[in-house]
Design a protein around this ligand. Structure first.
Ligand code: R5P
Length: 291
């Protein structure tokens, strides 16, 4: 078994190769004069090849890089190619919200399925959309790893883990069960790509350290609105935790300016806020795949 890594998947790939006790090799990347991408993998592959690549912004470029890296693995001898895409783009366009729109994530899933024998991701925005894949597909979760991190960091403190919306409720619940904290969720309405409304709700957070947990932080709008609601109810200290820290539009600075003490993220997206690795849950997801 060999683990191949693009630049966007490099740190997770190194940890995953350690956990799997597998060989690790980088995928070389280059450009043609017109800007088109080219990748190069070791030319004499065999057996199972795991390609680790995260579809971070610029998503379209990284989507294409994913497809050609998978193709290169197959073309150069792999018997079985597993695509490990810890953050997979377009997962939020998982249905036709308005007439005339696509189900973008289904198109992404079909393209990956055409180029890989199996797929593994982490905290997929809507887990039921794994059914869009035509190959075996698994969704790992960072909940336990985030929970363990919180348990160590906030040992002895009164801790509450809050989901900013119904969609993140399960992630918050699983995280809280590991760090032995209270958990609850807020109600959110999305008004536009950047604007959300959080509805008032009574929560038991007075004087507590509160960690808001979501699958992803994109612009930070959700976290900032959730923080306002929690501060009004007396939350003492606020932390923003997520699996995928996209942090677009200066989100990190805006979160810290809004009063968050820290951002706690995983290595599904390379950022300075990686506090937790998903290598263990990803390796377990790989083990669950049919041979
Ligand atoms: C959406 O429901 C997701 O779970 C996140 O809450 C959302 O994508 C975060 O985006 P933003 O940081 O831009 O509010």
């Amino acid at each position: 078994m060999i683990v191949l890594a693009t630049a966007e998947g490099a740190r997770l790939a190194r940890r995953l190769a350690d956990v799997l006790d597998a060989e690790l090799a980088p995928i070389e990347e280059d450009r043609f004069p017109d800007g088109e991408q080219i990748v190069r993998v070791p030319p004499e592959l065999d057996g199972t090849v795991i390609v680790v690549h995260s579809m971070v912004p610029p998503q379209d470029e990284n989507f294409l890089k994913c497809l050609i890296a998978l193709d290169a693995a197959r073309e150069n001898g792999a018997d079985r190619v597993i695509a490990v895409v810890p953050y997979v783009a377009y997962s939020r366009q998982d249905k036709r919200f308005e007439p005339g729109e696509p189900v973008s994530f289904r198109a992404v899933a079909r393209a990956i399925s055409a180029n890989a024998d199996a797929f593994v991701t982490v905290d997929l925005h809507e887990p039921s959309t794994l059914e869009f894949f035509d190959v075996p597909a698994e969704n790992a979760t960072a909940a336990e790893e985030i929970g363990k991190y919180l348990r160590e960091r906030f040992d002895g403190e009164e801790l509450a883990v809050i989901a900013p919306d119904e969609g993140a409720r399960e992630l918050a619940e699983r995280t809280a069960s590991v760090c032995d904290a209270e958990h609850d969720h807020l109600e959110k309405e999305r008004i536009s790509g950047e604007e959300v409304r959080i509805y008032p709700k009574e929560l038991d957070v007075e004087g507590k350290t509160v960690v808001i947990v979501d699958d992803m932080i994109d612009t930070g709008g959700t976290m900032i609105e959730a923080a306002k609601a929690l501060k009004e109810q007396g939350a003492e200290e606020l932390y923003a935790a997520c699996t995928h820290a996209l942090l677009t539009r200066n989100a990190a600075s805006r979160l810290l300016a809004a009063g968050f003490k820290d951002i706690i993220a995983t290595d599904t997206v390379p950022t300075p806020y990686e506090r937790v690795s998903v290598a263990e849950p990803v390796s377990e997801a790989i083990d669950r795949l049919p041979e």
